[in-house]
Design a protein around this ligand. Structure first.
Ligand code: FAD
Length: 523
């Protein structure tokens, strides 16, 4: 049996026995077959000695059981790694960062505690998936939308804590969090925001409560186990209108992004868009690929003009009252008309609610608040899985062109083939570029991939671009780049970690923060 680092087999057996007393024997998993299910099937270190394989998993059914497990872990120095639904594929899946940890699997805590369609919020346990919440809303005929990320099998709690995103106006998931219940590393239960007021009537309606606002320290964090979370929902809109803005020259990106940034900051447009370059970064194409590789912008633009392929295309989705979204689309077109040669293409428009038959005809339902697993069939066929390098880039055309050129250059220099780059507007004042890497069951290919990834991290940091989220394998690398004033931020995180989790039992290493007893010299 695998044991946590620094824990004797006898102590670990004793801890497992105590876990069983709390949750029942059937909810403590120690067999190889069971533990295998918690490995990260998208791991870039699969089957290598660095692969962090858990020692066991334990699945509590309620907050008191979580408290009891944490107290036992403290007694025996057992590292725990918390997951809600454990679908964090691309970022570590359900596997811990530290091999030998015990996965604290909250899947059984899957109660929808409240959905309010007058004030538009929900209160959820961590094991509730986007599918569960959607089904609950449909079953209760409530007039609210959820905002699912691409795969709907994850959880609002896990996804929001990772600062993930979807596509509708509620796309910035951590921004939509209102009130949490957290079990602290000493086993105590705390409620944040208005939840700290006993009998509060506004826990899910006002975020800040009184005094320092602490919700942020539980996101991408190892400082607590979130056992309840409030999230804001979107009132079911009357209508949806979509359209695409197309421009033809590479440098048209500069005015395109200037107009887009104004629309976002003014609230005229709210949602995530995928800004595409069918010419530069489109799917493989026998005629286009040589032009892409040659790097001649003029040749690409001429080809695009001949074939009517835009250099940039920006799809936009609008949600709201019918007259309002129609007026918004007209306003948006007027704003972009300042760019010479701009063209617009109207997309699908809908009135809600849609019938089951109507929904069944729609290829991608995620931007309509309907969770799905469709993304897995939309991705280009590739290897075992993928992980994303995802730096935050300023919302300007100049910065985007520079970043895309730099990342493409690294791929070329290291012989990595064409970069698969996606530009997303997941956050209100910046873009995130996702550079998608295949992961394989091939040690040599994965090693090469890690080398390119780490080079991109350094190159990006040298330009002032940092990642918003990363796979557990690279958390230390990314943390090292956030180094202002001799790592003042990390030292502050460590000070908090040492104070609230002195035995270092919760998610050691998460985002580069190690408990004192495991802390190594700075890289
Ligand atoms: C093809 C594909 C497309 C994807 N598209 C998107 C997308 O559009 N948007 C997006 O955001 N992501 C996307 N992802 C990434 C991922 O699938 C989702 O973010 C997913 O929702 C995360 O899984 P989860 O909700 O089960 O979180 P979990 O795996 O349960 O949790 C994620 C992490 O959060 C922490 N955590 C979880 N629960 C708790 C808790 N209760 N208390 C304290 N800490 C906790 C842990 O560190 C954990 O590792 C995609 C992945 C793939 C493979």
């Amino acid at each position: 049996m695998k044991v946590p680092p620094g824990v004797s087999p006898a102590d670990f057996s004793e801890a497992l026995k105590q876990f069983e007393d709390v949750v029942g024997k059937e909810w403590v998993f120690t067999s190889d077959d069971d533990v295998d299910l918690y490995r990260d099937s998208y791991s870039p270190v699969w089957s290598e000695k660095e692969e962090p394989i858990p020692a066991a998993a334990v699945a509590p059914d309620g907050v008191e059981q979580v408290q009891a497990i944490i107290r036992i872990a403290n007694k025996h120095n057992i590292p725990l790694w918390t997951i809600s639904t454990g679908k964090n594929l691309g970022y570590g899946g359900s596997a811990p960062l530290l091999g030998g940890s015990v996965v604290l699997d909250l899947k059984r805590m899957n109660r929808v505690l409240e959905v309010n369609d007058k004030n538009h919020y929900a209160l959820l346990e961590p094991g509730v998936s986007y599918f569960d919440l959607y089904r609950y809303i449909q079953d209760h005929k409530l007039k609210v939308w959820i905002d699912p990320p691409d795969p709907g099998w994850g959880s609002p709690v896990g996804n929001s804590l990772e600062r993930g995103g979807g596509y509708t106006p509620m796309h910035d998931h951590f921004d939509a969090v209102c009130g949490m219940e957290v079990v602290l590393p000493n086993g105590e239960v705390m409620r944040t925001g208005m939840g700290a007021l006993p009998g509060s009537e506004t826990w899910q309606q006002y975020k800040y409560g009184f005094g320092p606002y602490v919700n942020g320290i539980f996101s991408q964090s190892s400082l607590g186990v979130v056992t309840k979370m409030g999230i804001w929902l979107f009132p079911e809109p009357e209508a949806y209108v979509s359209g695409t803005v197309m421009v033809w020259k590479r440098d048209d990106l500069i005015p395109l992004v200037n107009v887009f940034a104004e629309l976002v900051s003014s609230g005229t447009f709210r949602g995530t868009v995928v800004l595409a370059s069918p010419l530069w970064f489109g799917p493989p194409d026998a005629e286009l690929d040589p032009l892409r590789i040659s790097g001649s912008v003029k040749d690409l633009e001429e080809y695009g003009a001949r074939k009517r392929i835009p250099f940039w295309s920006l799809p936009l989705y609008l949600y709201g009252p019918t007259e309002v979204v129609a007026a918004q689309w007209e306003h948006i077109k007027e704003k972009f008309s300042s760019i010479s040669g701009v063209a617009f293409q109207e997309g699908p428009s809908y009135r809600f609610p849609l019938s089951g038959d109507e929904l069944a005809k729609i290829r991608d339902t995620v931007p309509l608040g309907v969770p799905s697993l469709q993304i897995f069939s939309l991705l280009p066929p590739r290897s075992q899985g993928h992980i994303g390098f995802s730096p935050i880039i300023p919302m300007s055309g100049e910065a985007l062109i520079e970043a895309l050129t730099v990342f493409e250059g690294v791929h070329r220099e290291l012989g990595a083939g064409r970069a698969v780059l996606t530009i997303l507007s997941s956050f209100p004042r910046a873009f995130v570029i996702i550079d998608l890497f295949p992961v394989e069951r091939d040690v040599e290919k994965n090693r090469k991939m890690r080398e390119i990834y780490r080079r991109l991290v350094k190159e990006a940091a040298a330009h002032g671009w940092g990642e918003y989220r990363t796979h557990t394998t690279f958390m230390g690398d990314i943390s090292n780049t956030y180094s202002f004033n001799n790592h003042a931020l990390r030292r502050f995180h460590e000070t908090i970690k040492d104070a609230v989790d002195p035995n270092g039992i919760l998610s050691p290493g998460k985002c580069g923060i190690w408990p004192k007893r495991m802390r190594k010299a700075e890289a």
